[in-house]
Design a protein around this ligand. Sequence first.
Ligand SMILES: [Ca+2]
Ligand SMILES: [Ca+2]
Length: 286
Amino acid sequence: MYCRSNIDCNNAIVKLVRLIIALSVLSICGKVAIAADLHPIVEVHSGYLFGATSNGKWMKAEEAAKALPGETTYRLYGLTQSLGQAEGGKPKPSEEDVCSDVLTVSLAPKPEKGVIALAAGWNALPRKPRVMDTTQAVYVDAVRDFLKTKGIEQPKVKIDNILRVDLDGDGEDELLISATNYFSKDGRMPMRSPAGSYSMVLLRRVVAGKVETQLVEGEFHPKAYVRKEDSFDAPNAYKVIATLDLDGDGKLEVVVGSSYYEGEAITIYRCDPKKVEALLSVACGA
Ligand SMILES: [Ca+2]
Ligand SMILES: [Ca+2]
């Protein structure tokens, strides 16, 4: 700093200090404002950070982690119930070797039925899904008809679960059907897909008085997998694990878990009548 005299110099220093204090106050206020509207989303069992929502926008995990304070209070949700609160630490890379690129949050407590932790003031479960009987003929027929459109000529229908819930809050219930059949006797995931195997999540809703069926996520294997060079085909099993309003717009998003013989992924979908869109996803596997 160049000063003509000591007095000038002191004044300049005082001004500089004031400026620095003013800037720090601004930046602290800025951080608080960002944190107050940041709503991180974590998978309860693994602690994987999906990302966050902020003013209705969806933010990936890396970006969300940068803006997250050290400790965050989350609300815990299962498929059909709220499970109280948990404290979450600052996101850090996973300690598991195969998924060191995934950010994780340590949560306490971690109730067994917990699926998603969300740091937000609104109730993310305003309408609870009801678990329906999987043997009802109308749904078995719907699954069979859909599989035929995917080239499986004689489908062996196996429904894992059916959930009834009003996703968009218009007073009319939607139906989510998770169906998987890889013909494995012990229920474990095979390394390759047999002929006629499949896994999918279907959404049925009434649009203008007519039932419409949408595929949320799925895969279909009309023919048995033939091993080729350098190819990899571990089939996935998909299942709805939660329906929650994660961005606070009053509509429920659909959380789908998928697993294969040595890994898993979880994806959050927005299911509008015209379009199903994957919003955020976490995955870990070899
Ligand atoms: Ca509805
Ligand atoms: Ca929503």
